[in-house]
Ligand binder design. Structure first.
Ligand code: NDP
Length: 241
């Protein structure tokens, strides 16, 4: 068990009702933290995880979710901005709405939650922000101009956040997964999946828990001096970017 397990922290994971977000929530729960997740679609959650409804494109619902978490678990000390969507299509077929709606969820959504979390973290004089990006944000991917742009934007967000708030005991880092077996990747055509697999040095895709373990570590005391970093969990696909 890692050292911080003795002092439970209030952890919030956006989009934590399934996929990578749920695996992250479970990892923090196993660590002894007080864990809340946001969901849009009501889902049965494991015992011990508090669910709060929120849409990251809606500032008022984010504020209400934070209030509920603060009341139940105390101010959010660890925030994982994980909620994300794809709307893949090639550039010439990509509508402006395909672009802006992905940016609104993946990048502006992260901005809305990290901004809301900052209030409590500044008061606490400590905090951990982890933004879930993607190998696509740094490596690029055909058909993902919207998604890659949103995920690359998270890097600038984390770095400026680190520079603004680093002296207050707050770190902000990006975790960039490669191909992880979830609903999101199950939707990809078989040909695309084969193509990705052929380029992954590890020769396999990963399970959500492999991302969750890294996120939990980045939020631990052991990682206190890491901020503004991009940590790939991609089987070598991006070669460390
Ligand atoms: P899933 O599609 O399985 O889950 C996405 C989660 O985001 C769901 O909980 C969903 O909620 C939530 N969500 C989507 N839009 C919103 C919104 N507007 N407001 C609130 N919540 C929202 O995705 P993954 O678990 O695969 O991905 C999680 C994160 O990891 C994403 O940011 C993704 O981009 C990133 N990632 C995933 C990779 C992969 O290979 N799977 C690779 C690299 C990065 P609901 O259930 O209500 O729809």
């Amino acid at each position: 068990m890692s050292p911080e397990a003795t002092s439970p922290r209030s952890v919030l994971v956006t989009g934590g009702n399934r996929g990578i977000g749920l695996a992250i929530a479970k990892a923090f729960l196993a660590n002894g933290d007080k864990v809340a997740v946001t969901y849009r679609t009501p889902t049965d959650l494991p015992e011990g995880i508090l669910g709060v409804q929120a849409d990251v494109t809606d500032e008022a619902s984010i504020d209400a979710a934070f209030k509920a978490v603060e009341e139940a678990n105390g101010p959010v000390e660890v925030l994982v901005a994980n909620a994300g969507i794809t709307k893949d299509t090639l550039l010439l077929r990509m509508s402006e709405d395909d672009f802006t709606s992905v940016l609104d969820t993946n990048l502006t959504g992260a901005f809305r939650v990290v901004k809301r979390a900052a209030r409590g973290m500044i008061r606490l004089r400590k905090g951990r922000v982890i933004l879930i990006s993607s190998v696509s944000g740094l490596y690029g991917a055909p058909g993902q101009i919207n998604y890659s742009a949103s995920k690359a934007g998270l890097v600038g967000l984390a770095r400026s956040y680190s520079r603004e708030l680093g002296s207050r005991g707050i770190t902000a880092n990006v975790v960039a997964p490669g191909f992880i077996n979830t609903d999101m990747t199950a939707e990809l055509p078989e040909e695309t999946q084969k193509d990705y697999l052929s380029r992954v040095p590890a020769g396999r895709f990963a399970e959500a828990e492999e991302v969750a373990n890294v996120v939990r570590w980045v939020a631990s005391d052991e990682a206190a001096y890491i901020t503004g970093a991009v940590i790939p969990v991609d089987g070598g696909l991006g070669m460390g970017h």
